[in-house]
Design a protein around this ligand. Sequence first.
Ligand SMILES: Nc1nc2c(ncn2[C@@H]2O[C@H](COP(=O)(O)OP(=O)(O)OP(=O)(O)O)[C@@H](O)[C@H]2O)c(=O)[nH]1
Ligand SMILES: [Mg+2]
Length: 363
Amino acid sequence: MRLNAGPHARAELAVLARPEPAPGGWRELYEAARRRAARASAKRRATRIAAVKGRELARIKAASAFVSAKLERIALTMPFLDSLHPFYRELLATMVDENEYKLCLSRLRSAARITRKVAAEAARSVLASSSRREAAEARRAFFGRLRSLLESLDSCLGMVKRWQAEMSKVPDIDPEAPSVVITGAPNVGKSSLLRAISRAKPEVKPYPFTTTNVIVGHLELAGVSVQVIDTPGLLDRPLSEKGPVERRAISALRHLKGVAVFIFDPSESCGFPLEYQLSVYSSVKELWAGKPLVAVANKVDITSAERAHALVRALGGDARELIFISALKGIGVDYLLARLEAAVAPLLPATETFLRRGAASGT
Ligand SMILES: Nc1nc2c(ncn2[C@@H]2O[C@H](COP(=O)(O)OP(=O)(O)OP(=O)(O)O)[C@@H](O)[C@H]2O)c(=O)[nH]1
Ligand SMILES: [Mg+2]
């Protein structure tokens, strides 16, 4: 069962998922327009001037209708940044420059308008022409203008194509539903945990920054399917210095709801000393303020007692709730799941809670 997926979130995702594919470059669009024009006039063998004009008009109309509709569809099916949920808006901001994005989409829309205007002018010239040659010249002039217009859009079309490729990697997350957000320094075992508790298969590698995007899996907690979000590793540096990959994790911590799992690697085999991981922990606590957070010490299978104690000492009061696990070996994972269930249950909508109680009591 999908939990509390608001209609607003669904509509956004549908738009993110199905944009009108941008062409590889201006030439692809131009050649497609020429083919439409050729097809539109294929059956019109004309010799008399009126018929010749009709054929040229059909070519112009077919090409301009195709180009303007295509440009408009591309612009309109790209997500409208201002109305996106803040989580998606911030996530997309790591992939696109907002100003460049808006400018480029508005250029596509105005190019669609200009195409129609230029076509109307060309049509008037065709109608006013007094010979076959004049009519053909008016049509050629139209295609010349169309060609330079599309040429001038080349870099914009290329950008849209790149943005669409990036956006296709954005996972289907309902930002209004409770999530389990897995976070921590790089290489500590976040993706290994997602693998251990869901059917998702994120990449796991023995080096930092393997995960470069937010990844979603699903987990049944308290009888309800809950989203589990794996995030890129965080470094201990100010927000202003964070690159796009880290900022994807930040957008999840800032805007998603539910419970966060902060993973420590006290064995330090991740390559980040404990002290460093503790600084990352402090910044995550700030970002996730007011929402439940479960601290986890991973890689218990290779952690010395001395390193484990060092973490417990450094955490002070927070160590009371620390859970030792091995995501790789499955040690302590059931206990962690029970803790997550207890943390998520109060966040579930009242109807869900009611249904679960009913099921438990056999009603
Ligand atoms: N011994 C041991 N190794 C583990 C455990 N969990 C993860 N690892 C190893 O730690 C390395 C990093 O694991 P990942 O799951 O990719 O870590 P991550 O935190 O997702 O890394 P980034 O995405 O790069 O931030 C891999 O070599 C894993 O096999 C564990 O419980 N025990
Ligand atoms: Mg990872």
